[in-house]
Design a protein around this ligand. Structure first.
Ligand SMILES: Nc1ncnc2c1ncn2[C@@H]1O[C@H](COP(=O)(O)OP(=O)(O)OP(=O)(O)O)[C@@H](O)[C@H]1O
Ligand SMILES: [Mg+2]
Length: 334
């Protein structure tokens, strides 16, 4: 079992308050992603759960048991970092076996668990190599293997894929998702990449300046963002925001329209937004148009890949009326 509950957890470094007050319930077996901009407190929150930092207030429960003051080793959690932290002088086998050897597990148990981890992660043919003879993705798999053999209550990942190139990141993303489907163990995964968050998570925690802006499934966050911050953070390219008179027409202080929620026309249509294309990014599958809209500013529009607008073209934009997001003066969704 691996449920994790935070009750009014707080963290300050000296005078500086990093996490004002977080309450959060993570269910056993869930894949939860912490996402948010750099410096918002994602790693700090993960380290508090792991026991690598002391809380400044509040309670951390693992499977209902108060672990707020427990040392990391007693918590039964396994952490995987961006820097793989492998022992360079040890073989892959010995790196994976290390936590079991430290715990003085019998040799048969060690062999069996290492074999299982290696099979799960497709590392079977690399067991006798040293880490330096592995690719970045393989090294990260060894670090995950070392976590698997501990059979933790939960895995805690802190940006484990940041050192990898884009293609490998996509591969490893799938592998970790598959690993979760296979092990069914609770996982908390920290990233600043909202695409990783959307594709991997059962539920996402959006953090901003140490506060939880929203906790929900990827599609909940996309379809019903609680506020302007979440609306702007989740979704790529980002939501377009408009305020002033145009927002007032919708009885809101500001409105938002996602790039994929416009109809495009080349000819004037009464009552729609008129703009000029500044840059057209032709990706093949999609065309991203950056449009200077008269009186409203620069917007990004996602159009069909067959649309061949270029710099300087006039374009008329009709936002899908059923998908206009409205926000109050405080940025809360109306
Ligand atoms: N040991 C520390 N002493 C003082 N301040 C710290 C300490 N550790 C973290 N901080 C501060 O706490 C804030 C949150 O840091 P944290 O590492 O949790 O951010 P993050 O969301 O993980 O960012 P990133 O995406 O860049 O990794 C930052 O402002 C950071 O400078
Ligand atoms: Mg971090």
């Amino acid at each position: 079992m691996g449920s994790i509950s935070l009750e009014h957890v707080k963290k300050s470094f000296g005078e500086v308050q990093i996490i004002p007050d977080i309450t959060l319930d993570i269910k056993d077996g869930e894949f939860v992603v912490f996402v948010g901009p750099s410096g918002c407190g994602k790693s700090t929150l993960l380290r508090l759960i792991a026991g690598l930092e002391d809380t400044s207030g509040g309670t951390i429960l693992l499977d209902g048991e108060d672990m707020t003051k427990a040392p990391p080793a007693r918590r039964g959690l396994a952490m995987v970092f961006q820097s793989y932290a492998l022992y360079p002088h040890m073989s892959v086998r010995d790196n994976i076996a290390f936590p079991l050897k430290m715990a003085k597990a019998p040799k048969e148990v060690i062999d069996q668990k290492v074999e299982y981890a290696a099979r799960t992660l497709n590392l079977g043919s690399y067991l006798d190599r040293r880490p330096r003879a592995l690719s970045g993705g393989q090294r990260q798999r060894v670090a995950i293997g070392r976590a698997i053999v501990r059979e933790p209550k939960a895995f805690l990942f802190d940006e484990p894929l940041s050192n990898l190139d884009a293609a490998l990141r996509v591969n490893m993303r799938l592998e970790i998702t598959e690993l979760h489907q296979q092990l069914k163990t609770t996982m908390i995964y920290v990233t600043h990449d909202q695409v990783e968050a959307m594709t991997m998570a059962d539920r996402i925690v959006v953090l901003n300046a140490g506060n939880v802006e929203q906790f929900g499934s990827p599609l909940e966050l996309y379809k019903k963002p609680a506020n302007r911050f979440v609306a702007g953070f989740i979704g790529s390219p980002k939501m377009n925001f408009v305020d002033g008179q145009e927002a007032a027409k919708h009885n809101a202080h500001s409105i938002g329209v996602r790039p994929e929620h416009f109809a495009l026309n080349r000819t004037a249509t009464p009552g729609v937004w008129k703009g000029k294309v500044t840059v057209a990014e032709l990706l093949g599958s999609d065309t991203f148009l950056h449009v200077q809209v008269e009186g409203l500013g620069l917007m990004t529009i996602r159009a069909d890949g067959d649309e061949t607008y270029t710099h300087g073209d006039d374009v008329y934009l009709t936002p899908d009326a059923t998908r206009i997001y409205r926000f109050d003066a405080a940025g809360k969704a109306i």
